[in-house]
Design a protein around this ligand. Structure first.
Ligand SMILES: Cc1cc2nc3c(=O)[nH]c(=O)nc-3n(C[C@H](O)[C@H](O)[C@H](O)COP(=O)(O)OP(=O)(O)OC[C@H]3O[C@@H](n4cnc5c(N)ncnc54)[C@H](O)[C@@H]3O)c2cc1C
Length: 337
């Protein structure tokens, strides 16, 4: 095991923050995890980075940072209607999506082009274009640092919610996710209702619907809409869309009849965080080395040489301003380190 000391994490986070890891170790084999746990010379404090596309580094990272590069995709079971595919957590999410589409396995096509690794997908139950990872995850296997063994969690045990799971709460920093088993469809049910998918399919002249066509449509929409971290540092949506009580929403509606919203259930309504932020005049602002993207008010950006602390301070200012204008406390989607 080759541990590197005092290493810049700049290449390993899409925000492009130049913080340092006290120690860094690349994980390529599951057997390394027991060896790391039993090695008394290594720090007890451990952090895991996959693609680094959902973290904000606000300081140098103490202890041992593990860079996940576990690889492998295996078909473990199938019947007439489904396949069960075990995917190592260090696989790149979008490459797994393309692999599934090549094999004509449906269920993840709407999640095309989401950055990051397979192991982080259950962490925040990634979602896009009307689909969430929880709909296709069968089990999640992880190395538990305290129990010193691999444990498998069923979909129910993962307590998935909107950008949420047990891995953000009870199991936060306690496990290293090593494998995810997905249950995918051989017979497809297409989901084209959300966002501009149908419009994109029409303008591409698609006559026969397929998972490949949906994936291509999602890739085209995302590429035109979302800032590419290779061009401008960011971690996608910085905040979650808040869910508020219906009474609160009805008060807001009187003052802001145009407020975009989606009913959640009989008592709650989801409103769009990007719209709230835009109403507070943050869209497109520049603040030192950081700011808010010109086209996406939900995306905080590194305009070059930003440190994590200044991005965090801007996010705090946005939280407080939205709260005093609308009485809504936004929640950060990005993990703050
Ligand atoms: C341009 C852009 C667009 C995005 N669009 C979307 C979107 O549409 N929908 C969406 O849901 N997200 C989106 N995201 C966010 C991001 O892609 C997801 O959160 C993704 O799952 C993060 O994967 P990662 O491997 O980069 O995680 P990292 O950033 O490396 O890690 C995120 C968190 O998960 C933990 N973690 C990572 N791997 C493991 C593991 N193996 N075991 C235990 N803990 C682990 C880390 O410690 C950290 O706390 C977007 C991000 C960007 C930059």
């Amino acid at each position: 095991m080759q541990v590197q000391q005092n290493i810049s994490l700049l290449p390993y986070n899409t925000f492009g923050i130049d913080a340092k890891a006290e120690q860094l170790l690349v994980v390529t084999d599951k057997a390394q995890l027991a060896a790391i746990a039993n090695n008394s010379t290594l720090p007890k404090e451990k952090h895991i980075i996959g693609g680094g596309s959902n973290i904000l580094l606000t300081h140098d990272v103490p202890g041992l940072t593990l860079l996940n590069q576990l690889k492998g995709i295996e078909l473990i079971k199938e019947d007439d209607a489904h396949v069960w595919v075990q995917v190592a957590s260090g696989e790149v999410w979008h490459e797994f999506v393309l692999y599934a589409i090549d094999h004509d396995w449906g269920g993840v096509e709407n999640l095309s082009l989401i950055p990051g690794t397979v192991g982080a997908a259950p962490m925040q139950n990634i979602g896009a274009y009307g689909v969430e990872a929880k709909e296709v995850i069968e089990t999640v296997t992880a190395w538990h640092w305290e129990e010193q063994k691999f444990l498998t969690y069923t979909n129910e045990e993962c307590h998935f919610g909107y950008r949420d799971s047990i891995f953000k709460h009870e199991l936060k920093e306690k496990v290293f996710i090593t494998d995810v088993v997905f249950k995918l469809d051989k017979e497809h049910s297409f989901n084209t209702n959300y966002g501009a998918i149908q419009q994109e399919l029409d303008s591409a002249g698609v006559k026969e619907l397929s998972i490949k066509a949906i994936s291509n449509a999602v890739i085209a929409i995302r590429s035109s809409k979302l800032p590419n971290p290779k061009e401008i540092g960011n971690a996608g949506s910085f905040f979650k869309n808040p869910v508020i009580a219906k009474e609160h929403f009805e008060q807001l509606l009187q003052e802001h009849p145009e407020i975009p919203h989606y009913p959640v259930d009989d008592t709650n309504v989801k409103v769009l965080a990007g719209w709230l932020i835009e109403q507070c005049q943050f869209k497109g602002i520049k603040r030192g080395h950081t700011g808010v993207h010109e086209k996406q008010a939900l995306v905080l950006v590194n305009r070059g040489g930003a440190n994590g602390q200044e991005v965090w301070e801007l996010s705090e200012e946005i939280l407080q301003t939205v709260h005093s204008k609308f009485g809504i406390m936004l929640e950060r989607e990005v993990q703050i380190w």
